[in-house]
Design a protein around this ligand. Structure first.
Ligand SMILES: C[S@@+](CC[C@H](N)C(=O)[O-])C[C@H]1O[C@@H](n2cnc3c(N)ncnc32)[C@H](O)[C@@H]1O
Length: 283
């Protein structure tokens, strides 16, 4: 039975019929389903809500309590330890780290806590957050859509987001980048998994309908550059026949900016803080 959120996503029609009609393949051979819906705010909210419901259902199949992926999938968490270790080596003890789309907190937040950091995780799925609170009790977890989560300027030494932005409508992803930049302290780090090739669609994922949206790697690198991030490196992370891009970017120190750039950053942060306050007041 196709649930109501999915019906809304595909404009009231039956998901499976629409999926059949729109079935195609991208260059990697992966089946692609176009949604055939306008990209307005309510359509984007419905897509994020579909993801929330999806992870409420698949949480335990997606990731077991030890932080391992479903053995039947092409996904693996074997590289997380190396990624977190590489990040940790560049952070001072006790650094504050935010994980956006933290899931059940394993293994990434557990590794961050073990490395001695002060960790905050945010995720849209209540089931994921409930599990994270049990599995990584030393961290703080907040259940929120990242679109609504208030990011205080200059409050984190690092932000990570692994395989989460790819579930967020592109326009909402784009508006997150300046918020992350502002939330980082000068010289703060942003470790993020983004798309490698453009892809968007709804597919069955571990037994629930799931939405994905990602731009190609060059678009993300341009967005980061446009926001003032310095991209330290980016790598292809394979997953079966396809894959994603892992990026480590850095907010430059204030002393590394020219006076004009520093003024520009300060005024953008003021605009960002005002926008967040306005959106809080509107709720
Ligand atoms: C593929 S899982 C990754 C979980 C974790 N980062 C990891 O790598 O183990 C994606 C996570 O992003 C969360 N997510 C997706 N869209 C979100 C949104 N709009 N706001 C907050 N979290 C979101 C999902 O609920 C899910 O837990």
């Amino acid at each position: 039975m196709v649930d109501e959120a999915v019906r809304r996503l595909v404009g009231g029609a039956d998901l499976h019929r629409v999926v059949e009609e729109l079935r195609g393949q991208d260059q990697s051979g992966r089946v692609r389903h176009d949604l055939g819906m306008p990209d307005d705010a309510s359509a984007r909210a419905a897509r994020r809500d579909l993801v929330r419901r999806g992870y409420d259902v698949v949480s335990k199949v997606y990731r077991d309590d030890r932080g391992e992926s479903d053995p039947a999938s092409a996904e693996t968490t074997s590289m997380y330890e190396g990624w977190i270790d590489e990040l940790a080596r560049q952070l001072a003890p006790g650094s504050r780290v935010l994980d956006i789309g933290c899931g059940a907190g394993v293994p990434a937040d557990q590794l961050l806590v073990e490395a001695g950091f002060d960790v905050v995780g945010v995720d849209i799925s209540q089931v994921q957050i409930d599990r994270a609170r049990v599995l990584v009790p030393q961290a703080i977890f907040v259940c929120s859509d990242l679109v609504d989560f208030v990011l205080e300027p200059g409050s984190f030494d690092a932000v990570i987001s692994l395989y989460a932005l790819i579930h967020v409508p592109l326009e909402d992803q784009r508006t997150l980048f300046p918020r992350v930049f502002a939330a980082l302290r000068p010289r703060g780090l942003f470790l993020v998994i983004v798309g490698h090739r453009r892809w968007s669609g709804v597919e069955d994922y571990l037994g629930a309908p799931m939405f994905w949206d990602h731009a190609d790697e060059h678009t993300y690198l341009r967005w980061l550059d446009d926001e003032g991030f310095e991209v330290l490196w980016h790598r292809f992370v394979p997953e079966g026949d396809v894959g994603h891009t892992l990026v480590l970017a850095r907010r430059p120190g204030d002393d590394e900016l020219s006076e004009a750039e520093a003024q520009q950053v300060a005024s953008e942060e003021l605009v960002e803080a005002r926008a967040q306050l306005r959106s809080l007041a509107d709720r």
